[in-house]
Design a protein around this ligand. Structure first.
Ligand SMILES: Cc1ncc(COP(=O)(O)O)c(C=O)c1O
Length: 389
């Protein structure tokens, strides 16, 4: 099936607006020239505004995992005691990266499908000091759960030993409330293919003052991911190594769209779409993974009905043009995940739920697709953010 005919509803890469695709097709430029420097500075400044920080926002060529690795390497030394707060597959990945480079990692594990509770984390930090850093996931894409980041950050910032707070914001930033400076976050990473409406290929890392101080003494080995080097080059409007220039062409346009829309408006739109999707899936008889207060605005996960086999069911959805994600790790074959970040509209989401419902019916489940779609539209209309004047 040609990509244009797909309703791509995986939680990144996300569909690209036409103007992003057109921008990416522009002729190549010199990555050591002034035009490139202007682009790099514009994207960084806009990202800083969108995530609420005065910190340096670095644009690195690589995927989000590379930025997670950079976060660890640039702030820690082998043997440092690190607490990894993990609520799913991506929290586990962050912990594994820190272990791989020699940190002494302890885990604060929360059952998959749940969010971390601030009082429980506070108690753990109080009883087991001191940690050099705490690793947190903002939005756990593998389960569709968002952590109460503001509260968790507050807990970490008042913990004994004054640990650094390193955040995986990959699938939440841009789409959900996030205030790097006001919440006391030392370092956060994201990636172009999520809410920013870019293609995969650019990793984003923002480091506050405490993270840069840590960088001066951090002894983990690094070369490609040396962020001090990246910062030095960024001051000249360049990157140390040849960057993914075309991805940056597109990302510039995606980020401009977000600035033009306004952060609160974007956050409200994602929350309204997520509420509509939850309604649609529940109307089809599916049970959602996350409790209402923990639900993500960018990805919704639902349990597959008993006895429904994922592979043939997924193949049939894809044959109808709907591309969603399955479960990861231990949850492979048990859940499906709907992405809704970046370019999102109620029509595409209703269409996705319609195809899901029709495929469920084909697999012997009773569904009322028109009722589900009606319910979605009602929920969306009721939460529809007021248009910008
Ligand atoms: C929360 C989170 N962390 C990390 C990653 C890994 O990012 P990448 O696949 O760009 O390496 C993802 C990707 O889906 C993610 O959603």
């Amino acid at each position: 099936m040609p990509a244009m005919d797909q309703n791509l509803r995986v939680p990144g890469p996300t569909p690209l607006p036409a103007e992003v695709r057109e921008a990416q097709a522009a002729p190549m430029i010199d990555h050591r020239g002034t035009e490139f420097g202007e682009m790099l500075r514009e994207i960084s400044a806009n990202l800083a505004e969108l995530i609420g920080t005065r910190a340096d926002v670095l644009l690195l060529t690589g995927s989000g995992t590379g930025a997670l690795e950079a976060a660890v390497l640039n702030t820690l030394s082998p043997g440092d005691r690190v607490l990894a707060v993990t609520i799913g597959a991506f929290g586990d990945r962050f912990a594994k990266i820190a272990s791989a480079f020699g940190a002494h990692v302890e885990r604060f594990e929360v059952p998959w499908g749940e969010a971390a509770e601030p009082p429980a984390l506070a108690e753990h930090l109080r009883a087991n000091p001191p940690y050099r850093a705490v690793l947190l996931t903002h939005n756990e894409t593998s389960t569709g759960v968002t952590n109460p980041l503001r509260e968790l950050a507050g807990v970490v910032r008042s913990a004994p030993g004054d640990p650094l707070l390193l955040v995986d914001g990959i699938s939440g930033l841009g789409a959900m409330p996030f205030e790097m400076d006001a919440w006391g976050i030392d370092l956060v990473v994201s990636a172009s293919q999520k809410a920013w409406m870019g293609s995969p290929g650019i990793a984003i890392a923002a480091l506050g003052e405490r993270a840069w101080s840590a960088n001066e003494t951090a002894r983990m080995p690094r070369f490609y991911w040396d962020l001090a080097e990246a910062r030095n080059w960024a001051e000249k409007g360049q990157t140390p190594w040849t960057p993914a220039v075309s991805v940056l062409f597109g990302l510039r346009v995606g980020v401009r769209r977000l600035v033009a829309e306004g952060r609160e408006q974007t956050w409200a739109k994602h929350a309204a779409i997520a509420a509509a999707v939850a309604e649609g899936l529940e109307s089809l008889g599916l049970r959602l993974v996350a409790a209402p207060q923990d639900r993500s605005s960018t990805v919704t996960a639902a349990w597959l009905p008993d006895g429904l086999e994922w592979a043939p069911f997924n193949a049939d959805m894809r044959a109808r043009g709907l591309v969603v994600a399955g479960g990861q790790g231990a949850w492979a074959g048990r859940i499906l995940r709907f992405g809704h970040m970046g370019v999102i509209g109620i029509d595409e989401m209703c269409d996705a739920v319609r195809i899901l419902g029709e495929t469920l019916a084909e697999h012997g489940r009773t569904t009322d697709v028109p009722a589900a779609v009606r319910a979605m539209r009602e929920v969306f209309e009721a939460r529809q953010p007021a248009p910008v004047a």
